[in-house]
Ligand binder design. Sequence first.
Ligand code: NAI
Length: 337
Amino acid sequence: LSRHPLGSFESHRGGLWESVRHSSSSPKVALLGASGGIGQPLGLLLKQDKLIANLALYDVVNTPGVAADLSHIDTNAKVSAYTGSGELHAAVEGADVVVIPAGVPRKPGMTRDDLFNTNAGIVRDLVAAIAKASPKALIAIITNPVNSTVPIAYEVLKKAGVYDKRRVFGVTTLDVVRAQAFVAELKGLDASKTTVPVIGGHAGITIIPLLSQVKPATKFTDDEIKKLTPRIQDAGTEVVNAKAGAGSATLSMALAGARFTNALLRGLKGENNVQCSYVASDAVKGVEYFSTPVELGPNGVEKILGVGKVSAYEQQLIDAAVSELNKNVQKGVAFVK
Ligand code: NAI
Protein backbone atom coordinates (compact mmCIF):
# COMPACT_ATOMS: atom_id res chain seq x y z
CA LEU A 1 0.00 0.00 0.00
CA SER A 2 1.24 3.48 -0.80
CA ARG A 3 1.54 5.68 2.26
CA HIS A 4 1.50 8.85 0.21
CA PRO A 5 -2.03 9.30 -1.12
CA LEU A 6 -1.53 13.07 -1.20
CA GLY A 7 1.85 13.00 -2.89
CA SER A 8 0.54 14.73 -5.96
CA PHE A 9 0.03 17.89 -3.92
CA GLU A 10 3.75 18.23 -3.26
CA SER A 11 5.26 21.37 -4.72
CA HIS A 12 8.59 23.10 -4.90
CA ARG A 13 7.24 25.79 -2.62
CA GLY A 14 7.89 23.46 0.28
CA GLY A 15 4.43 21.95 0.19
CA LEU A 16 2.79 20.41 3.19
CA TRP A 17 3.79 16.89 2.60
CA GLU A 18 7.46 17.11 1.91
CA SER A 19 9.47 14.53 3.77
CA VAL A 20 11.15 15.66 6.95
CA ARG A 21 14.74 14.70 7.50
CA HIS A 22 15.29 15.96 11.03
CA SER A 23 12.87 15.09 13.78
CA SER A 24 11.81 18.23 15.65
CA SER A 25 10.99 18.64 19.34
CA SER A 26 7.23 17.87 19.26
CA PRO A 27 5.84 21.14 17.95
CA LYS A 28 2.33 22.04 19.04
CA VAL A 29 -0.11 23.96 16.86
CA ALA A 30 -3.36 25.36 18.29
CA LEU A 31 -6.18 26.06 15.84
CA LEU A 32 -8.75 28.55 17.17
CA GLY A 33 -12.06 28.44 15.29
CA ALA A 34 -11.45 24.78 14.45
CA SER A 35 -15.11 23.86 13.84
CA GLY A 36 -15.74 26.48 11.16
CA GLY A 37 -15.78 26.56 7.40
CA ILE A 38 -12.03 27.19 7.30
CA GLY A 39 -11.22 25.47 10.58
CA GLN A 40 -12.35 21.99 9.55
CA PRO A 41 -10.46 21.63 6.25
CA LEU A 42 -7.49 23.46 7.77
CA GLY A 43 -7.48 20.93 10.62
CA LEU A 44 -7.57 18.16 8.02
CA LEU A 45 -4.49 19.56 6.28
CA LEU A 46 -2.62 20.25 9.52
CA LYS A 47 -3.28 16.65 10.64
CA GLN A 48 -1.17 15.64 7.63
CA ASP A 49 1.69 18.04 8.30
CA LYS A 50 4.62 15.93 9.45
CA LEU A 51 6.08 18.87 11.36
CA ILE A 52 3.17 18.89 13.83
CA ALA A 53 3.25 16.57 16.85
CA ASN A 54 0.27 18.02 18.71
CA LEU A 55 -2.77 19.63 17.12
CA ALA A 56 -5.08 21.36 19.62
CA LEU A 57 -8.52 22.22 18.24
CA TYR A 58 -10.41 25.03 19.96
CA ASP A 59 -13.82 26.50 19.21
CA VAL A 60 -16.91 27.63 21.08
CA VAL A 61 -18.90 24.70 19.60
CA ASN A 62 -18.55 21.22 18.03
CA THR A 63 -14.87 20.62 18.73
CA PRO A 64 -15.21 17.08 20.16
CA GLY A 65 -16.79 15.82 16.92
CA VAL A 66 -14.20 17.43 14.67
CA ALA A 67 -11.39 16.10 16.87
CA ALA A 68 -12.82 12.56 17.02
CA ASP A 69 -13.10 12.55 13.23
CA LEU A 70 -9.58 13.87 12.59
CA SER A 71 -8.05 11.59 15.26
CA HIS A 72 -8.99 8.54 13.13
CA ILE A 73 -6.58 9.63 10.38
CA ASP A 74 -3.42 7.52 10.40
CA THR A 75 -0.89 10.31 10.65
CA ASN A 76 1.23 11.07 13.73
CA ALA A 77 -0.13 14.44 14.88
CA LYS A 78 -1.99 13.92 18.16
CA VAL A 79 -5.38 15.67 18.11
CA SER A 80 -7.06 17.17 21.17
CA ALA A 81 -10.32 19.11 21.59
CA TYR A 82 -11.09 22.20 23.70
CA THR A 83 -14.50 23.87 23.83
CA GLY A 84 -15.48 27.26 25.21
CA SER A 85 -13.48 29.97 26.94
CA GLY A 86 -12.95 27.86 30.06
CA GLU A 87 -10.73 25.54 28.00
CA LEU A 88 -8.94 28.19 25.94
CA HIS A 89 -5.92 28.47 28.23
CA ALA A 90 -5.23 24.74 28.03
CA ALA A 91 -5.73 24.78 24.25
CA VAL A 92 -3.01 27.35 23.63
CA GLU A 93 -0.66 26.51 26.52
CA GLY A 94 2.77 25.52 25.20
CA ALA A 95 1.78 26.15 21.57
CA ASP A 96 4.59 26.98 19.16
CA VAL A 97 2.14 28.32 16.58
CA VAL A 98 -1.45 29.51 17.08
CA VAL A 99 -3.59 29.81 13.94
CA ILE A 100 -6.77 31.89 14.20
CA PRO A 101 -9.65 31.52 11.73
CA ALA A 102 -12.28 32.23 14.46
CA GLY A 103 -15.01 34.71 13.59
CA VAL A 104 -17.76 35.48 11.11
CA PRO A 105 -17.19 35.51 7.32
CA ARG A 106 -18.66 37.86 4.70
CA LYS A 107 -22.02 37.55 2.97
CA PRO A 108 -22.71 39.07 -0.47
CA GLY A 109 -22.60 42.88 -0.35
CA MET A 110 -20.33 43.03 2.71
CA THR A 111 -16.79 44.36 2.86
CA ARG A 112 -14.23 42.78 5.19
CA ASP A 113 -14.45 45.92 7.32
CA ASP A 114 -18.15 45.17 7.94
CA LEU A 115 -16.95 42.20 10.02
CA PHE A 116 -15.00 44.44 12.39
CA ASN A 117 -17.65 44.78 15.10
CA THR A 118 -17.96 41.04 15.65
CA ASN A 119 -14.44 39.85 14.90
CA ALA A 120 -12.39 42.54 16.65
CA GLY A 121 -13.58 41.40 20.07
CA ILE A 122 -13.05 37.73 19.22
CA VAL A 123 -9.43 38.30 18.18
CA ARG A 124 -8.75 40.58 21.18
CA ASP A 125 -9.95 37.95 23.64
CA LEU A 126 -8.15 35.04 21.96
CA VAL A 127 -4.86 36.94 21.82
CA ALA A 128 -5.23 37.99 25.48
CA ALA A 129 -5.38 34.29 26.37
CA ILE A 130 -2.33 33.54 24.20
CA ALA A 131 -0.43 36.37 25.93
CA LYS A 132 -0.92 34.51 29.22
CA ALA A 133 -0.65 30.87 28.20
CA SER A 134 1.91 30.91 25.36
CA PRO A 135 3.47 34.37 25.07
CA LYS A 136 6.24 33.08 22.79
CA ALA A 137 3.93 31.47 20.26
CA LEU A 138 3.87 32.65 16.67
CA ILE A 139 0.34 33.92 15.98
CA ALA A 140 -1.09 33.58 12.47
CA ILE A 141 -4.30 35.57 12.04
CA ILE A 142 -6.77 34.61 9.32
CA THR A 143 -9.79 36.39 10.85
CA ASN A 144 -10.93 39.42 8.86
CA PRO A 145 -10.52 42.32 8.59
CA VAL A 146 -6.86 41.21 8.70
CA ASN A 147 -5.72 44.81 8.10
CA SER A 148 -7.20 45.65 11.53
CA THR A 149 -7.09 42.36 13.46
CA VAL A 150 -3.28 42.19 13.23
CA PRO A 151 -2.85 45.65 14.85
CA ILE A 152 -5.42 44.55 17.46
CA ALA A 153 -3.28 41.52 18.30
CA TYR A 154 -0.13 43.66 18.64
CA GLU A 155 -1.89 46.12 20.94
CA VAL A 156 -3.18 43.32 23.15
CA LEU A 157 0.30 41.80 23.43
CA LYS A 158 1.74 45.25 24.19
CA LYS A 159 -0.79 45.76 26.98
CA ALA A 160 0.13 42.35 28.40
CA GLY A 161 3.84 43.24 28.25
CA VAL A 162 4.75 40.39 25.88
CA TYR A 163 4.99 42.37 22.66
CA ASP A 164 7.36 41.02 20.04
CA LYS A 165 6.78 42.38 16.57
CA ARG A 166 8.42 39.34 14.98
CA ARG A 167 5.69 36.99 16.18
CA VAL A 168 2.34 38.20 14.80
CA PHE A 169 1.35 37.50 11.19
CA GLY A 170 -1.63 38.43 9.06
CA VAL A 171 -2.18 35.48 6.74
CA THR A 172 -2.28 36.87 3.19
CA THR A 173 -1.17 33.60 1.60
CA LEU A 174 -4.54 33.17 -0.11
CA ASP A 175 -3.90 36.31 -2.17
CA VAL A 176 -0.60 34.77 -3.28
CA VAL A 177 -2.25 31.41 -4.03
CA ARG A 178 -4.95 33.11 -6.11
CA ALA A 179 -2.49 35.30 -7.98
CA GLN A 180 -0.39 32.23 -8.81
CA ALA A 181 -3.44 30.30 -9.98
CA PHE A 182 -4.72 33.14 -12.17
CA VAL A 183 -1.33 34.00 -13.70
CA ALA A 184 -0.59 30.35 -14.46
CA GLU A 185 -4.02 29.95 -16.06
CA LEU A 186 -3.69 33.10 -18.18
CA LYS A 187 -0.14 32.36 -19.35
CA GLY A 188 -0.33 28.58 -19.60
CA LEU A 189 2.35 28.12 -16.93
CA ASP A 190 2.80 25.23 -14.46
CA ALA A 191 0.82 26.60 -11.49
CA SER A 192 2.99 24.69 -9.02
CA LYS A 193 6.10 26.46 -10.29
CA THR A 194 4.70 29.98 -10.66
CA THR A 195 5.43 32.53 -7.93
CA VAL A 196 3.73 35.91 -7.58
CA PRO A 197 4.47 38.20 -4.62
CA VAL A 198 1.36 39.98 -3.33
CA ILE A 199 2.02 42.90 -0.99
CA GLY A 200 0.10 45.58 0.94
CA GLY A 201 -2.85 44.36 2.97
CA HIS A 202 -5.74 41.92 2.69
CA ALA A 203 -8.76 43.90 1.44
CA GLY A 204 -9.74 45.52 -1.85
CA ILE A 205 -7.25 48.10 -3.13
CA THR A 206 -4.73 47.24 -0.40
CA ILE A 207 -4.11 43.89 -2.15
CA ILE A 208 -1.23 44.54 -4.57
CA PRO A 209 -0.03 41.73 -6.85
CA LEU A 210 3.46 42.43 -8.19
CA LEU A 211 3.06 41.13 -11.72
CA SER A 212 6.42 42.69 -12.60
CA GLN A 213 8.06 40.16 -10.24
CA VAL A 214 6.37 36.97 -11.47
CA LYS A 215 8.64 33.93 -11.72
CA PRO A 216 9.34 32.45 -14.19
CA ALA A 217 9.80 35.92 -15.75
CA THR A 218 6.59 36.68 -17.65
CA LYS A 219 5.56 39.63 -19.79
CA PHE A 220 2.07 41.11 -19.44
CA THR A 221 0.40 43.66 -21.70
CA ASP A 222 -1.01 46.79 -20.02
CA ASP A 223 -4.46 45.45 -20.75
CA GLU A 224 -3.67 42.14 -19.03
CA ILE A 225 -2.29 43.95 -15.98
CA LYS A 226 -5.36 46.18 -15.77
CA LYS A 227 -7.68 43.16 -15.85
CA LEU A 228 -5.68 40.75 -13.71
CA THR A 229 -4.91 43.17 -10.87
CA PRO A 230 -8.56 43.88 -9.93
CA ARG A 231 -9.45 40.21 -10.41
CA ILE A 232 -6.86 39.26 -7.78
CA GLN A 233 -8.03 42.10 -5.52
CA ASP A 234 -11.68 41.03 -5.81
CA ALA A 235 -11.16 37.26 -5.88
CA GLY A 236 -12.57 36.87 -2.37
CA THR A 237 -15.76 38.62 -3.47
CA GLU A 238 -15.98 36.28 -6.46
CA VAL A 239 -16.21 33.38 -3.97
CA VAL A 240 -18.57 35.21 -1.59
CA ASN A 241 -20.97 35.91 -4.49
CA ALA A 242 -20.74 32.36 -5.88
CA LYS A 243 -21.49 30.93 -2.42
CA ALA A 244 -24.50 33.29 -2.31
CA GLY A 245 -24.82 33.71 1.43
CA ALA A 246 -23.16 30.46 2.52
CA GLY A 247 -19.88 32.18 3.48
CA SER A 248 -16.53 33.05 1.94
CA ALA A 249 -13.48 31.10 0.79
CA THR A 250 -12.88 28.09 3.03
CA LEU A 251 -11.16 25.35 0.99
CA SER A 252 -8.59 27.53 -0.78
CA MET A 253 -8.11 29.40 2.50
CA ALA A 254 -7.49 26.13 4.34
CA LEU A 255 -4.77 25.24 1.82
CA ALA A 256 -3.25 28.71 2.15
CA GLY A 257 -3.40 28.56 5.96
CA ALA A 258 -1.80 25.13 6.07
CA ARG A 259 0.94 26.23 3.69
CA PHE A 260 1.70 29.29 5.82
CA THR A 261 1.64 27.31 9.08
CA ASN A 262 4.08 24.82 7.59
CA ALA A 263 6.35 27.71 6.57
CA LEU A 264 6.31 29.07 10.14
CA LEU A 265 7.16 25.61 11.52
CA ARG A 266 10.01 25.16 9.06
CA GLY A 267 11.32 28.56 10.10
CA LEU A 268 11.13 27.62 13.79
CA LYS A 269 13.36 24.62 13.19
CA GLY A 270 15.93 26.69 11.32
CA GLU A 271 14.78 26.07 7.77
CA ASN A 272 14.49 29.76 6.99
CA ASN A 273 12.13 30.50 4.11
CA VAL A 274 10.42 33.46 2.48
CA GLN A 275 6.67 34.14 2.51
CA CYS A 276 4.48 37.20 2.00
CA SER A 277 2.75 38.23 5.24
CA TYR A 278 1.08 41.31 6.75
CA VAL A 279 3.30 42.27 9.68
CA ALA A 280 4.60 45.28 11.62
CA SER A 281 6.93 46.66 9.02
CA ASP A 282 9.02 49.64 7.99
CA ALA A 283 9.08 48.53 4.36
CA VAL A 284 6.88 51.40 3.16
CA LYS A 285 6.99 54.97 4.46
CA GLY A 286 3.94 56.32 6.28
CA VAL A 287 2.36 53.04 7.39
CA GLU A 288 3.21 50.72 10.28
CA TYR A 289 1.87 47.44 8.91
CA PHE A 290 2.47 46.11 5.45
CA SER A 291 2.73 42.79 3.70
CA THR A 292 5.93 42.12 1.76
CA PRO A 293 8.06 39.03 1.38
CA VAL A 294 9.56 38.30 4.82
CA GLU A 295 12.17 35.77 5.85
CA LEU A 296 10.77 33.35 8.45
CA GLY A 297 13.11 31.72 10.93
CA PRO A 298 13.49 30.57 14.55
CA ASN A 299 12.16 33.89 15.95
CA GLY A 300 9.35 34.35 13.46
CA VAL A 301 10.12 37.34 11.21
CA GLU A 302 13.90 37.33 10.78
CA LYS A 303 14.03 39.92 8.04
CA ILE A 304 11.61 42.15 6.15
CA LEU A 305 12.67 41.85 2.55
CA GLY A 306 10.72 44.87 1.29
CA VAL A 307 8.80 45.55 -1.88
CA GLY A 308 11.74 45.19 -4.28
CA LYS A 309 11.74 46.81 -7.72
CA VAL A 310 8.20 47.72 -8.78
CA SER A 311 6.65 49.21 -11.93
CA ALA A 312 5.18 52.72 -12.04
CA TYR A 313 1.69 51.18 -11.99
CA GLU A 314 2.51 49.09 -8.91
CA GLN A 315 3.97 52.15 -7.18
CA GLN A 316 0.65 53.95 -7.75
CA LEU A 317 -1.18 51.02 -6.16
CA ILE A 318 1.18 51.14 -3.16
CA ASP A 319 0.60 54.89 -2.73
CA ALA A 320 -3.17 54.41 -2.90
CA ALA A 321 -3.07 51.55 -0.37
CA VAL A 322 -1.19 53.49 2.30
CA SER A 323 -4.00 55.82 3.38
CA GLU A 324 -6.56 53.01 3.33
CA LEU A 325 -4.26 50.80 5.42
CA ASN A 326 -3.67 53.60 7.91
CA LYS A 327 -7.43 53.90 8.48
CA ASN A 328 -7.69 50.14 9.04
CA VAL A 329 -4.72 50.17 11.44
CA GLN A 330 -6.02 53.15 13.43
CA LYS A 331 -9.40 51.48 13.81
CA GLY A 332 -7.77 48.39 15.29
CA VAL A 333 -5.48 50.35 17.60
CA ALA A 334 -8.37 52.52 18.83
CA PHE A 335 -10.45 49.42 19.56
CA VAL A 336 -7.92 48.11 22.06
CA LYS A 337 -7.10 51.51 23.63
P1 NAI B 1 -17.26 30.20 9.94
O1 NAI B 1 -18.36 31.00 10.49
O2 NAI B 1 -17.58 29.05 9.06
O3 NAI B 1 -16.36 29.65 11.12
C1 NAI B 1 -15.93 30.46 12.16
C2 NAI B 1 -15.74 29.60 13.38
O4 NAI B 1 -15.27 30.46 14.44
C3 NAI B 1 -17.02 28.92 13.88
O5 NAI B 1 -16.79 27.54 14.09
C4 NAI B 1 -17.32 29.64 15.19
O6 NAI B 1 -17.93 28.80 16.16
C5 NAI B 1 -15.92 30.02 15.61
N1 NAI B 1 -15.89 31.08 16.63
C6 NAI B 1 -16.69 32.16 16.77
N2 NAI B 1 -16.34 32.85 17.87
C7 NAI B 1 -15.30 32.20 18.41
C8 NAI B 1 -14.50 32.43 19.56
N3 NAI B 1 -14.71 33.46 20.36
N4 NAI B 1 -13.52 31.55 19.82
C9 NAI B 1 -13.28 30.49 19.00
N5 NAI B 1 -14.01 30.23 17.91
C10 NAI B 1 -15.01 31.08 17.63
O7 NAI B 1 -16.27 31.23 9.17
P2 NAI B 1 -15.07 30.87 8.17
O8 NAI B 1 -15.59 30.79 6.79
O9 NAI B 1 -14.31 29.73 8.74
O10 NAI B 1 -14.21 32.22 8.26
C11 NAI B 1 -13.52 32.57 9.44
C12 NAI B 1 -12.82 33.92 9.29
O11 NAI B 1 -11.79 33.85 8.29
C13 NAI B 1 -13.74 35.05 8.83
O12 NAI B 1 -13.45 36.21 9.59
C14 NAI B 1 -13.35 35.26 7.39
O13 NAI B 1 -13.62 36.59 6.97
C15 NAI B 1 -11.87 35.00 7.46
N6 NAI B 1 -11.25 34.71 6.16
C16 NAI B 1 -9.97 35.16 5.96
C17 NAI B 1 -9.31 34.91 4.78
C18 NAI B 1 -7.90 35.39 4.61
O14 NAI B 1 -7.39 35.32 3.48
N7 NAI B 1 -7.21 35.86 5.62
C19 NAI B 1 -9.95 34.21 3.67
C20 NAI B 1 -11.27 33.72 3.99
C21 NAI B 1 -11.89 33.99 5.18
